[in-house]
Design a protein around this ligand. Structure first.
Ligand code: PLP
Length: 389
């Protein structure tokens, strides 16, 4: 038999999906596993959103929709940009609705990269960035951010990694896995690097509505950035809609045109009735989103001191998203080993930090998009584990 794709063979499957699938299999086999591995809110999608999907289905909205997205959701995204970032966006040419934000990161990168183009990625990074850049023929160039510096992005780091081949900078704020929210100074360093070196920026703002401290900065709306920035966002996290597979991107018309071409020649479109619900989510009342945010914050405010009170465990308080990036110096510096011990001895599924790049080594990631009762049980198990070493 002839060999299969070398490129795809060289790319690992998503580590977070692998760990959460393993936890699901152990649970199905009767083990009392507490799964903190995935990034899936424990809340159900708010009722006014599910009702909109049901109404769309019942009214016969079950046919091929326009590939780039239906008019109401394209308009809802443009309205959000006008309302929140004072940015005028052409819904027909600058917005793309896709089945999930992950596909939009892929589509944006595919639109930007020629073989050998370098894309700057800050490490620790969300697990899919490096594979996606490789899949489109680009070269990931990582900048290591250090826990000891509070994962701060600096102009010097950017300057020393930009080469004539650099095409884009990939930014994720709030960050998965560290929970860091970029400051105005960091945003300015990125803006200057991009404008002075003629670079694109792909700004993954998936956790934008889940901030506990700090202010969200939409990079596209900074001076000189609208023509070079693709903003990626989606419904999964803020509206508890992971299973719906719905995301949106906004960017310059030429980039979004190519991304839309990739969509039309591959997945075609997002689903018709999910877009109907997605428009309602964007336009509709946001008090439920705020309730979920407050609940994640309460979980963070319980977990961080509870973990730090356990000898041999260290955890910074994240400013946003819904993850804790935890060290277990009392257990090991090897993140795979920590995750294995947690699973085997405490029946807690966590994602090893190495999945987020070398800079994630020594950490594991817990998702706090998990019921408080489960988090309380996890803390008790960790207390017992660490006491019995
Ligand atoms: C930083 C970040 N970006 C993008 C995504 C993609 O989300 P989705 O494809 O569900 O919209 C995720 C999901 O975990 C994420 O954490």
């Amino acid at each position: 038999m002839k060999p299969l794709s070398n490129l795809l063979s060289s790319i690992p499957p998503s580590a977070t999906l692998a760990v959460s699938d393993k936890a699901k299999a152990l649970k199905a086999a009767g083990r009392d596993v507490i799964s903190l591995a995935g990034g899936d809110p424990d809340f159900d999608t708010p009722t006014h959103i599910t009702q909109a999907a049901i109404a769309a289905l019942e009214s016969g909205d079950t046919h091929y929709p326009p590939s780039r997205g239906t008019a109401p959701i394209l308009k809802a995204v443009a309205n959000k940009f006008a309302r929140e970032y004072s940015m005028e966006v052409d819904p027909a040419k600058q917005v793309l609705i896709s089945p999930g934000g992950k596909f939009l990161v892929y589509a944006a990168m595919a639109a930007l990269c020629n073989p050998g183009d370098e894309v700057i990625i800050f490490e620790p990074y969300w697990v899919s960035y490096v594979p996606i850049v490789k899949l489109v023929g680009g070269t990931p160039v990582t900048i290591t951010l250090r826990a000891s510096d509070n994962f701060t992005i600096t102009a010097d780091d950017l300057a020393s990694h930009i080469t004539p081949n650099t095409k884009a900078i990939l930014v994720n704020s709030p960050s998965n896995p560290t929970g860091r929210v970029i400051t105005a100074a960091e945003a300015e360093a990125i803006r200057q690097a991009a404008t002075e070196n003629d670079l694109y920026v792909v700004s993954d703002e998936m956790y934008e509505q889940l901030i506990f401290e700090g202010e969200h900065i939409n990079l596209a709306s900074l001076p000189g950035m609208a023509d070079r920035t693709v903003t990626i966002n989606g419904h999964s996290k803020a509206y508890a809609m992971t299973g719906w597979r719905l995301g949106w991107a906004v960017g310059p018309a030429n980039v979004m045109g190519l991304a839309a071409k990739l969509q039309s020649q591959s997945v075609t479109s997002a689903a018709s009735f999910t877009m109907a619900a997605g428009a309602v989510a964007l336009d509709g009342p946001h008090d439920i989103v705020e309730e979920m945010r407050v609940s994640y914050k309460a979980r963070r405010d319980f977990m961080v001191p509870a973990l730090n009170a356990i000898p041999g465990v260290e955890c910074e308080s994240p400013q946003g998203a819904f993850y804790l990036f935890i060290r277990f110096p009392g257990l090991s510096e090897d993140s795979m080993e920590i995750a294995d011990i947690l699973l085997e001895k405490a029946e807690i599924a966590a994602t090893p930090g190495i999945a987020f790049g070398q800079a994630g080594e020594g950490h594991v990631r817990f998702s706090i998009a998990t019921a408080m009762s489960e988090l309380e049980r996890a803390v008790e198990r960790i207390k017992k584990l660490m006491a019995n070493l």
